[in-house]
Ligand binder design. Sequence first.
Ligand code: PEP
Length: 221
Amino acid sequence: MNKTYIIGNWKSNKTSSDVRGWFESISQMKSEFGDLDNKAIILCPPFHHLALSSALIQEYELPFELGAQDVSPFEMGAYTGEIAAAQLKEYVSYVIVGHSERRKNFSETDEMVAAKVKMALKEELKPIVCVQGKDTPIPEGAKIIAYEPVFAIGTGKADNPEDAEEVLKFFREKGIETTIYGGSVNPDNVLSFVEKDSIDGVLPGTDSLDPKLFAEIIHNI
Ligand code: PEP
């Protein structure tokens, strides 16, 4: 049986003391995560919290892996403000690429997304490519995609599971191995998504910020 992915995207949220509090709280709910054999839980904090998050995962012995929210399209070098894949791989196994917030607010193009995927793959990171619909191009080598319809992100209005299933089935048939849904996922609707044949997991943003809600999402799968 394939694993069900739960990918928490904290976006640009939390101070260091918030991060400590989040881990302390969720560590007290560990026993409620349920059967972990079939779950891959990946947390994507902001870059500067990766080292702290890694230390806290070890300290509390949590079954979490780390992902980054973005990666530089360049190698290490003179690219002020960027974090290269070779640097990220000290902390993470996954990286989100092409989130619609980056496309909208930072003018990220399909070409930049493809360059980021290439750098991630070169350093053996697993890119999670966000697609906004069937016409989003999938960069060569990408094996994990997250369908995140823009209307559902941060609005509390999730897509309906049948529509999400239809889009993700389309990508599965194109050879994508792992297909994930994101957009206002919460503890109450999570099962309606992951029970679909073509939905391998979820990518909650808002509800990953609250340790109780994130633990409930894990539990309810
Ligand atoms: C996201 O962060 O990609 C996301 C889907 O956020 P939310 O769960 O808040 O809609």
